[in-house]
Design a binder for this molecule. Structure first.
Ligand code: HEM
Length: 382
């Protein structure tokens, strides 16, 4: 006679009891069957980061990436209170700083974070330049990087006007005047940026659209392509280390390098929060288009070297307007920067890397530092 199994002994093929952990992994499995995200795990596990004396610089790109994400997060929070009109912008920021809980903190982190992100992107670019990480096959990684630097500067320029305070108003008037000296297209570009002949509510609307949609969308696409290409080609090894026989060891990107990245990101967040608490972002007085420009109108620090160069130029150079010569020179410099990987090519694959581009980088850096210093110590009355 067949006997039934006792009720507390599960049959061999019955499903195991599902605890909370089991339910989560069952859900993850269910999602993965539909999305397939675990396919990136082997890729993550495969990625290795070479360890050598210049490895520190590999962290800077990741730091810029973290700051970019932080800017998006804090920017979205600011959008809940900001009003993009000449009548309401200043007051909405005043309200955010004084009445909204932690509004001052979010705005100050956004403002400090913008400066730190541009600084990090710049340091990252200089390190990539000196370590020659732009060489084949990383030309497009470099070009998307240059694009990102320009877009970041554009985000800084357009964001500066949004609080609609006096300093921003007049600095934007000066800043948008500069492309106006270009022949033929100059006045068109100036009026296009301003939404009219002078800075007005229309300029604010345009800068707002650029700052919260056009430029972030561009930055997002460039960041995605940039990071994808870094993933595709892996980290480059500088020629000096190659010449010594290559790096002696490497570490796994996941989890070892990423965990170190995380330490840096937490440190950056702590520094930003401290900077925001001790030096909160200023607001100043509301812009008055009919007031005369206050003394000491200055651009952001990353535009200072260009601004100061234009100040020093004589009214005419070889019969051409001085300012126009300056703008053309910066335009050419920007283009050269974009195509550096195609200009610095060793003739033979085993040729010694040329030092020319490293010297040019040091010279450009010295020029930028000097002109920035002169810009901040310049006395317009002398
Ligand atoms: C917001 C701006 C930027 C972000 C978020 C970013 C992000 C990153 C990240 C995460 C990496 C991998 C880690 C590393 O090598 O540091 C990287 C590598 C790289 N970046 Fe950027 N980057 C930015 C700007 C730039 C700029 C301005 C340039 C140059 C003009 C540039 C050129 C490169 C190159 C060539 C690599 C490959 C380096 C190698 O393989 O060793 N990036 N970037």
């Amino acid at each position: 006679m067949a006997t039934a199994s006792p009720p507390d002994v599960p049959a061999a093929d019955a499903p195991a009891p599902v605890g909370r952990g089991g339910r989560i992994s069952a859900f993850v499995g269910w999602l993965d069957d539909r999305i397939g995200f675990t396919a990136i795990m082997p890729l993550m596990r495969k990625k290795e980061v070479p360890v050598h004396r210049h490895s520190f610089w590999y962290y800077i790109g990741g730091m810029a990436l973290f700051l970019f994400v932080l800017q998006i997060a804090t920017g979205i929070l600011l959008l809940f209170y900001y009003r993009p009109s000449a009548e309401g912008a200043f007051e909405s920021i005043q309200f955010l700083m004084a009445e909204v809980e932690f509004g001052w903190l979010i705005r100050s982190i956004h403002s400090w974070g913008a400066n730190l992100m541009i600084f990090m992107a710049f340091v990252h670019m200089i390190s990539v330049m000196l370590l020659k990480a732009y060489r084949a096959p990383r030309e497009i990684t470099w070009m998307t990087g240059v694009g990102l630097l320009f877009v970041s500067m554009g985000l800084g320029f357009t964001g500066y006007l949004l609080p609609w305070n006096e300093l921003a108003f007049f600095a934007t008037r000066v800043g948008t005047e500069i492309p106006g000296v270009l022949p033929v297209v100059g006045p068109f570009i100036r009026d296009l940026l301003r939404g009219g002949e002078d800075i007005s509510g229309a300029t604010l609307t345009r800068f707002y659209a650029l700052h919260v949609s056009v430029l972030p969308a561009l930055a997002f696409m460039l960041v995605a392509l940039h990071v994808l290409l870094v993933q595709r080609h892996g980290m480059s090894v500088p020629p000096g280390i190659e010449a010594e026989g290559g790096p002696r060891r490497s570490i796994k990107f996941f989890p070892h390098f990423l965990l170190r990245d995380l330490v840096g990101w937490l440190a950056a967040l702590a520094i930003l929060a401290a900077a925001a608490a001790f030096f909160p972002a200023h607001l100043g007085v509301k812009a008055d288009p009919f007031a005369s420009a206050p003394a000491g109108i200055q651009p952001e620090w990353y535009f200072m070297f260009m601004f100061q160069t234009l100040r020093y130029l004589p009214p005419e150079i070889l019969g051409i307007e001085g300012e126009l010569v300056g703008i053309a020179a910066f335009g050419v410099a920007g283009l050269v920067l974009l195509v550096v990987p195609f200009l610095d090519r060793p003739e033979a694959p085993d040729a010694k890397p040329s030092k020319l581009w490293s010297y040019l980088t040091y010279a450009a850096l010295a020029y930028i530092l000097l002109l920035t210093y002169l810009g901040y110590t310049f006395d317009p009355t002398t």
